[in-house]
Design a binder for this molecule. Sequence first.
Ligand code: ADP
Ligand code: MG
Length: 335
Amino acid sequence: MFANAEIGIDLGTANILVYSKNKGIILNEPSVVAIDTVTKQVLAVGAEAKSMIGKTPGKIVAIRPMKDGVIADYDVTTSMLRMIMKKASKKTGMALRKPNVVVCTPSGSTSVERRAIHDAIKNCGAKHVHLIEEPVAAAIGADLPVDEPVANVIVDIGGGTSEVAIISYGGVVSCQSIRLGGDRLDDDIVQYVRKKYNLLIGERTAEQIKIEIGYAPIDHPEMTMEVRGRNLVTGLPMTVTLHSVEIQEAIKEHLLQILETIRTTLETSPPELSGDIVDRGVILTGGGALINGMQEWLSQEIVVPVHLAPSPLESVAIGTGRSLKFIHKLQKAAT
Ligand code: ADP
Ligand code: MG
């Protein structure tokens, strides 16, 4: 007799990952869906959908259904999950027959949304579906001792949202979430370049700029990057050289908002746990953790040690997969 497959799904605002207990990460795709606006049918999910942007007939649009951490359209999300499950079972080389699934829900999601995700996965043929809170999954994925009575602080900076949570004894002691993440920094860069140079650049170019020369601290090794776009006055293509200090200036305000969220969460921590936090520090995860100089900048600002999770883009997926073994405890926490 075969055991049921066990998989974990990280339903992120920027990326969806599927982790299988035996094979590790088996799927990692952008959370983009291509939809036929007439029939409302989902045509493609992930990288395939992303590559269709701007290249398809007018009635097909590519959207990010979880952009701000909430599920905008139930039907679209259901179809998307169905396609994800199908892709994942292809990748494992065998049909995922009645898998046990742990899925991590965005922490801002309502109980109705969580129920919708649960039912959608169940409808895809899952045997059992368990929901887990994102920070708990991230902490497990980052190898933190979540079920011990010590404070584990997780800062997860994603695409659409950022979360700060203090976890102890397998549960969330306190948590704050803001609808602000790496995507907003991309927007900041688009706006800055438009204002300063009359140059229109795309979101993906802005993301590249952020990744290459976007620094959190003011003090950093100065870098430059040549960027192409369309001049808004002449309408013609144009190249400018951007400096890393300009980018730091452009994204500064939103980085400070993330910092403020971390500060207020730490301030609300029960006094018994504060000592742990000073000793053990904060674990930084999510794609935003990879912003240049982020770790050093944060540790200077909050004056506690800041550690980078082993694989910031994968912690949540790994954690959801691993959590299958202590799901009974987690079930209590997630409801
Ligand atoms: P989510 O969990 O919301 O899906 P992720 O944790 O996958 O989000 O993070 C996605 C965000 O991280 C995006 O805004 C992306 O631009 C950003 N990101 C990814 N890699 C890097 C990097 N090397 N430097 C800076 N930002 C990055
Ligand atoms: Mg995430």
